[in-house]
Design a protein. Structure first.
Length: 297
């Protein structure tokens, strides 16, 4: 490929992105950021560059981040072993203190990256402005400590930040009616926030390529699913592990008004841009049954 071909290819990429930029300009998108993309510094920088670019071309991004691997590391350093029941972290008072400390540190490091790219950002937790109100979450009836189930989202503080041109960076910590602190599953927090702000898109950055028709067949990646198709897949028995609640979260978010939910491989460089700005995309988009599919061969 000579220099002119390279330039033309770059121009074609920009042209391909144009209708998506036009369609989603001024729209709120929520990015749930977690997995390996939070551990690897190069991947972390690429994710933040993607979010910064989305902001600069007119999107209104909100980041909701986890930090599970980092929390587990610090729990071990404190002399304890991380404990999970049905995928949920058992969170006693000591673990809650560690989780809040670690998530706060992660939160401010993400703000620092965003600010270094010339984009204004503010890092908060679900405690700030009463953003996330929770009830105690049980795991199959079992008390697992300070784990919260979001029951109410007050978007006032998010609205103020977006109106003033800031990117909100939110860690999933909330309070109950007695103002006790609770850890919240980051997927649950992202879905609740996306629903409350009536987000156009919700994107999950994960450690998998997307949703497969057959998890054993890497060629069976599904580019788009309607709610009906997603619910059929959930009933098929072909979905297991952590993907089961993730897809259910996606379906619930769309039923509550989010237009599209994307499940993306955060380990792939610039996966957000590839999914949002190209015809094919690289992950799985779940859409409402009434939405037109936008993927074309």
């Amino acid at each position: 490929m000579d220099k002119m071909d390279i330039y033309l290819h770059k121009a074609q990429v920009l042209i391909e992105a144009l209708p998506y930029i036009q369609r989603f300009n001024g729209k709120i998108i929520v990015v749930k950021y977690g997995g390996s993309a939070m551990i690897d510094d190069e991947l972390k920088q690429n994710v933040i560059k993607d979010v910064a670019l989305l902001k600069l071309v007119g999107f209104k991004p909100i980041i909701v981040h986890g930090g599970g691997k980092e929390i587990s590391k610090w729990v071990k350093l404190s002399g304890n072993e991380p404990e999970f029941i049905n995928g949920l972290r058992v969170t006693d008072e000591d673990t809650m203190e560690i989780a809040e400390m670690v998530l706060g540190r992660v939160n401010k490091s993400l703000v620092q990256y965003i600010e270094s790219l010339g984009v204004k950002a503010v890092g908060i937790s679900g405690k700030d402005g009463g953003l996330l109100k929770v009830d105690k979450k049980l795991s199959n009836g079992k008390d697992i400590g300070f784990v919260g189930d979001v029951k109410e989202v007050d978007t006032s503080i998010i609205n103020i930040m977006i109106e003033n041109d800031f990117v909100p960076v939110i860690c999933p910590i909330g309070m109950d009616d007695e103002f006790n602190t609770y850890n919240i599953n980051a997927d649950d927090a992202a879905c609740a926030i996306a629903t409350a702000v009536k987000a156009e898109k919700l994107a999950f950055l994960t450690d998998i390529e997307g949703v497969y028709e057959d998890p054993k067949d890497k060629e069976s990646l599904i580019s788009e699913l309607t709610i009906a198709e997603a619910e059929e897949l959930l009933q098929s028995g072909n979905v297991g592990g952590g993907m089961l609640p993730k897809i259910q979260n996606c379906v619930d978010a769309i039923k509550s008004g989010v237009s599209r939910v994307h499940i993306l491989d955060g380990r792939m460089e610039h996966s957000l841009l590839l999914e949002f700005f190209t015809n094919r995309g690289i992950g799985t988009a779940i859409i409402s049954d009434a939405e037109d599919k936008y993927f074309h061969e």
